[in-house]
Design a protein around this ligand. Structure first.
Ligand SMILES: Cc1cc2nc3c(=O)[nH]c(=O)nc-3n(C[C@H](O)[C@H](O)[C@H](O)COP(=O)(O)OP(=O)(O)OC[C@H]3O[C@@H](n4cnc5c(N)ncnc54)[C@H](O)[C@@H]3O)c2cc1C
Length: 423
């Protein structure tokens, strides 16, 4: 491979969004990824192909401890809708309900509202009665809820393919599939990058700038340049299930429906405790915050394609996903094994049924089928994304721990990197 100006390590949503954004004004960009081809992405197991497909509004990320997510999720939300509209990517602004079914959850909802307002998320409103909730989703029950109009869903694989085609068509980006970056050395003109390609062996080339967008492996790529880097990824597998809206009691108008967020103990048991106590326990590492197992509609038609309604909105499929649920073993298993574990569907249908029963009582255990596993690139003990230049080599930018809502944030992340490091 010949020497280049900019190398992006990783061709997930973030690597692709970077290629798309940078290629608007810059040239000579290469994207390297071990996977065979973007058009086979739906067969692959990376975060971008195995997630909930929710376009998040940005209501959960407190700017005190998650400043990047607080800013770039709402920005990314608006950018993603605009991109999908302009380039006809299957998506839908479904809106979302965050539902409290018991009195102790109300202060958790109030906290979500506070964060949403601080983050400038538009239109978030209280629904104070079950009647108000049922006006949006007739089969959802609760004592209060937040209505979040800017939440939605997207087909992540179609999004990725569109980013790929747009970047490719500029003639400024080359995609090198089937190659893994195995080593990086600083040199006077930038970096010497070594790649390994199956069947072809090793190759080296030089690049002036380097961007590490390697998802679950971004910590390893960071350590190729900075062995003392403090950031390690603790992969978090999220399993999910699904059901079909095949009878009245489980029919939905098509919104994202989440419980009020809560904390759980290390065994996954919900802790019905005051928010102040929950915060203390999370700080002490005794409890873990979660958005909860939620209901997410999917896009599509019966023929496996997409259809639009007369107003041009993409129609929903009958399938609703339920999840994600954390693996039981995810805190104890070797992180390197977890990074590749997309097979272990450990939770049973009864688990999902129990988790959503309080706010979606019509669902029965027999309606629930297991669906998929996705593995999230979470940084142990650090709730935000790390987006930073390398401590010793400022021509390299690392993006580490790009967990949820990284799909939503991808275009805003790319714009941030461009402004900050490639002005
Ligand atoms: C279960 C689950 C549910 C989620 N739900 C949502 C949601 O509803 N909404 C939302 O906004 N976000 C969600 N997310 C998060 C979202 O999927 C990710 O934040 C986003 O996809 C991150 O994209 P990425 O490009 O950083 O990482 P990835 O998609 O993981 O891509 C990284 C790429 O880097 C490549 N790579 C790795 N190592 C190397 C190397 N050495 N050399 C070259 N290439 C390398 C990999 O092959 C991969 O293709 C969810 C994630 C999970 C797991």
């Amino acid at each position: 491979m010949t020497d280049v100006q900019i190398t992006i390590v990783g061709a997930g949503a973030v690597g692709h969004a970077l290629a798309y954004e940078l290629s608007k004004t810059l040239d000579d960009i290469v994207v390297v990824d071990p996977h065979p081809n973007v058009h086979k992405m739906d067969e692959l197991t990376v975060q971008t192909t195995h997630n909930s497909g929710v376009i998040h509004a940005g209501i959960y990320y407190d700017r005190a401890d998650r400043p990047f997510k607080a800013r770039l999720c709402p920005q990314g939300n608006a950018k993603l809708y605009a991109f999908c509209q302009e380039h006809d990517v299957p998506h839908r602004k479904t809106g979302k309900l965050v539902v409290a079914t018991e009195a102790w959850q109300l202060e958790y909802l109030a906290d979500v509202k506070r964060v949403a307002d601080e983050n400038g998320v538009p239109g978030v409103e209280w629904l104070h009665t079950e009647d108000e909730i049922r006006r949006f989703e007739p089969n959802v029950q609760g004592i209060a809820a937040l209505h979040v109009p800017t939440s939605g869903i997207i087909d992540p694989v179609e999004y990725l393919k569109k980013l790929h085609n747009l970047s490719d068509s500029t003639g400024r980006v080359s995609f090198v599939y089937g190659s893994r970056v195995t080593d990086i050395h600083p040199v006077s003109s930038g970096f010497q990058v070594t790649t390994h390609t199956q069947g072809q062996g090793q190759e080296t080339f030089e690049t002036r700038f380097l961007i590490n967008a390697a998802g679950l492996h971004a910590d390893e790529v960071m350590k190729m340049l900075d062995a003392e880097s403090p950031h390690s990824i603790r992969p978090t597998p999220g399993e999910s299930a699904k059901f079909y809206r095949k009878r009245d009691g489980i029919e939905m108008t098509g919104m994202n429906v989440y419980p009020a967020p809560y904390v759980h103990d290390p065994n996954g048991e919900v802790l019905s405790i005051p928010l102040s106590e929950a915060r203390e326990r999370v700080k002490a590492g005794e409890a873990f915050y979660t958005l909860g197992v939620h209901l997410t509609p999917t896009l599509g038609d019966e023929k496996g394609g997409y259809t639009k309604d007369p107003e041009g909105a993409y129609l929903l499929d009958k399938t609703v996903t339920v999840g994600p649920a954390k693996n039981k073993y995810s805190d104890t298993k070797d992180p390197e094994l977890l990074k590749g574990d997309y097979q272990s569907l450990q939770r049973q249908p009864s688990y999902y049924h129990q988790r959503v029963h309080s706010f979606f009582p019509g669902l029965e255990e027999k309606d629930v089928e297991l669906h998929q596993v996705g593995v999230m690139a979470t940084i142990k003990g650090y709730p935000d994304w790390v987006i930073t230049s390398d401590r010793n080599h400022p021509a390299c930018v690392h993006l580490v721990g790009i967990d949820s809502p990284g799909l939503t944030g991808s275009l805003a992340i790319a714009e941030h990197v461009k402004r900050q490091y490639f002005p």
